[in-house]
Design a protein around this ligand. Structure first.
Ligand code: HEM
Length: 455
């Protein structure tokens, strides 16, 4: 397929293109490009690299669903693989297909139901930690609290082990690794890891620490010292249909690290943004709390309660519309393609960007896009909206494998906290978006907790 025209966009600086504007005002820059140039916009990032950005759900469907074979994840995945290796998020082709097939059953509903107990328990431990903290009047960083809890849930669900037992080792290593991965993914030309720069050395050390933790988990399971009906068990039992071989320790490491990192930070950020939005919209918070009281009362929540907490799901959906943790997905064309007559050349120098953050703010799809209104996701209001107008979990064959897991976990944690606390933002604090690999609230989400009942 060929296109005849270059997609429109700014000329930019003769050498840097639009790199500086894109860096200094990142998200608003993306919105502006589409306001000024339409559904397909293109700009230069430095002398040779270009970005072609799409917002029309039909165009998104073309790339992610209908012609998925024409695109790879390209440079974005290569840079993430410094940390994640060749796991589900970063692998391609037949290898990805096989690994996805092996991992998929672990995310079926019947395998997730027993995990509700783990999620509920970790939520309870978190509330207990809050209740017994030395200074209950001091603000608490909800972003950090959510990360701690989703990390604990991910590690128990994936390998029936509490990595937080080694929090002193694991947390600093994760922070360094994520900072470096963010730097590498966002950099124009990251330095090869072999160069002994301070950043590279810190990253390699952090990765070694995390590898040691994961390889130790694998070794203890292989020796029979630990057991578990978890994802690790499923991946270890899986056999290649052609060769009959199981996964090597290296492959297991890559899949576990991927699920662990892809699974906890996204979920933590979505929850942190939700608390920030609820604190700004007390009427929504009260409606959500009323639903929890009506559906759960004081009962321990079960898997059956999750679909009944419908308004809570809508709150989360609307929160991820405004603040999708995976704010951009990138692809690279493997063969020449075209959209609306615009050329999409097959070149490693051209990144095709699909940003849920921008798509979720298109006024033609979302009237009054900046307004937080969970009613948008009521069944009536959702009917008739193009499916790919909303894609916080991606779309097509590479869509998020953990979507159901994440929704379950978030609904349960939201319900547990709403039942015990009203959260009030610290005066003067304003939520600011930091678009790293995941969309984070810059500087965390400091909140005052007002207890509702004595637990
Ligand atoms: C709110 C939480 C989450 C969000 C917003 C999210 C978002 C996404 C998105 C947008 C993609 C597609 C990326 C692309 O097409 O380039 C993706 C893929 C993926 N996610 Fe999630 N995710 C979340 C939670 C989770 C959880 C809990 C897990 C695992 C336990 C997980 C594991 C993965 C994996 C393995 C992939 C790659 C799938 C593949 O390519 O086959 N995610 N996620």
């Amino acid at each position: 397929m060929t296109g005849t025209r270059e997609a429109p966009g700014p000329r930019g600086h003769w050498f840097w293109g639009s790199l500086r504007e894109r860096r200094s005002e990142s998200l608003p820059f993306l919105l502006r490009m589409h306001r000024e140039y339409g559904d397909v916009a293109q700009w230069r990032m430095g002398p040779v690299n270009r970005v072609l950005s799409l917002v029309n759900p039909e165009h998104v469907k073309h790339v992610l669903v209908e012609h998925v074979g024409r695109y790879t994840k390209g440079v974005g995945a290569q840079r993430l693989s410094a940390m994640l290796g060749n796991g589900l998020l970063t692998s391609e082709g037949d290898f990805w297909k096989r690994q996805r097939r092996l991992a998929q059953p672990a995310f079926h509903l019947e395998r997730l139901v027993p995990l509700v107990r783990v999620m509920e328990e970790e939520g309870r431990y978190m509330l207990e930690r809050w209740r017994t903290r030395p200074d209950p009047s001091a603000p608490l960083d909800l972003a950090q609290e959510m990360a701690r809890t989703t990390l604990s849930i991910a590690s128990r669900a994936l390998f029936s082990t509490q990595v937080m037992d080694e929090a002193d080792r694991v947390l600093p290593a994760l922070t360094v690794a994520q900072q470096e991965v963010n730097g590498r993914v966002l950099s124009l030309l990251p330095l090869p890891l072999g160069l002994p720069t301070p950043g590279n050395r810190a990253f390699v050390r952090a990765r070694q620490t995390l590898d040691a933790v994961v390889f130790d988990i694998i070794a203890r399971r292989r020796s029979g010292e630990t057991r578990g009906q978890d994802l690790l068990a499923m991946l270890m039992e899986a056999r290649d249909a052609d060769t009959g071989e199981g996964m090597t320790d290296g492959q297991l490491r890559d899949e576990l690290m991927t699920l662990f990192i892809a699974g906890y930070e996204t979920t933590a950020n979505a929850l942190a943004w939700t608390w920030s939005l609820l604190s700004e919209h007390p009427e929504v918070e009260e409606q959500a709390r009323a639903e929890v009281a009506q559906v759960l009362g004081e009962r321990v929540p079960t898997a059956e309660d999750v679909p009944r907490l419908r308004y809570l799901s809508q709150v989360l959906e609307e929160s991820m519309r405004l603040h999708p943790p995976a704010w951009v997905m990138v692809r690279q064309a493997l063969e020449e393609d075209a959209l609306d007559g615009f050329r999409i050349p097959a070149s490693p120098r051209l990144i095709v960007a699909i940003s849920p953050w921008v798509i979720h703010r298109q006024p033609s799809l979302w009237p009054e896009p900046e307004r937080f209104n969970p009613e948008r996701f009521s069944p009536e209001r959702s009917a008739g909206r193009p499916r790919l107008a909303y894609l916080p979990f991606g779309a097509g064959q590479r869509h998020c494998i953990g979507q159901r897991f994440a929704m379950m976990e978030m609904v349960l944690l939201l319900a547990q906290v709403l039942r015990r606390y009203r959260l009030r933002r610290v005066p003067g604090w304003r939520a600011e978006q930091e678009p790293l690999v995941a969309l984070r609230p810059k500087g965390g989400v400091p909140m005052h907790l007002e207890p509702l009942t004595s637990p």
